[in-house]
Write a protein that binds this ligand. Sequence first.
Ligand SMILES: *Cc1c(COP(=O)(O)O)cnc(C)c1O
Length: 366
Amino acid sequence: MTIPFIDLKSQYQALKTSVDARIHKVLDHGQYIMGPEVKELEERLEAYTGARHCITVASGTEALLISLMALGIKPGDEIITTPFTFIATAEVIVLLGAVPVFVDIELDTCNINASLIEAAITPKTKAIMPVSLYGQPADMDAINAIAVRHGNIPVIEDAAQSFGAEYKGRKSCNLSSIGCTSFFPSKPLGCYGDGGAIFTNDDALAQAMREIRVHGQSKRYVHTRVGVGGRMDTIQCAVVLAKLERFDWEIEQRLVIGQRYNEWIDSAGLKRVQQRPDRTSVFAQYTILLDQREDVQKHFSDLGIPTTVHYPIPLNEQPAYKHLCCPDCTPVAQAVSKRVLSLPMGSDLSTFDQQSIMESLKSAVS
Ligand SMILES: *Cc1c(COP(=O)(O)O)cnc(C)c1O
């Protein structure tokens, strides 16, 4: 048995005609940088999320970096975030000389615990950066309310895993001052290389982000601010445009499979990441919690079923980061990082494979 962890081949087969046509159109018109597909994609994603501005960029990491740069983050500024995320979230903070202030997570959703944020705010706090982990939005309204109470601190949603998810009927990426997503191939909406996007309703921030994306350029060869080379390739935008054709269906499939997994796991008396009733997850990862993770992972691997751990080490325990913060101040993240295991998930995962995965899980823990 071979089940892919994420089945990008079947997805390409289903979309091959449109993807190929879209890519060939770019090859023919030759505007490989900032071609017409860039604007077309930005307009499509503005309509999709309801955000006033979408700025496509070179990656999800670049989206986060450009957002912090547009906010004018300086050395010594503090940014509140979660330790239980991909490294990029904290990396961009540290790259700018700012300080990540790690706040612990909720045990059930693994997202930042909004009720602990207020205690971490100081006069140096210049942004709050929650992550919508595994595809489920963090408690954005609670976080926004805290930010407003403390003088309108900007809130950046790291929505790299949650494009397409909803929170109280609103789309992820348009839930706070700024939303950042990634089109890395394995994300819920992926391209065939690196790509990302920033969303905001603030005209001045959007203008700053557009300039920073092109070396801080406001007019050709006039560099008003310091920027980066952060554009998304036209070909990658064309790929995302083709992928959008099937995206709603893919999300529906993910929800159906996620729900099915939930029922199986609950009836087997096992533990999993929970979804809150006021939001939908796009299940970028389907993640369970185990006490004997290594044994179960080995059992899966013996059966040819790939699994991964997102994430084995909280960021405040990473060698390059632990001196920046207290490594022991987020006990929930510490405990959860030893127990999480992500299972194969994706819109093209067959019912048969879903069943095999659940049977293997049950046999591994019995
Ligand atoms: C993938 C990811 C990123 C980075 O996105 P890239 O496009 O790979 O640069 C940032 N944050 C989180 C939570 C991610 O999962």
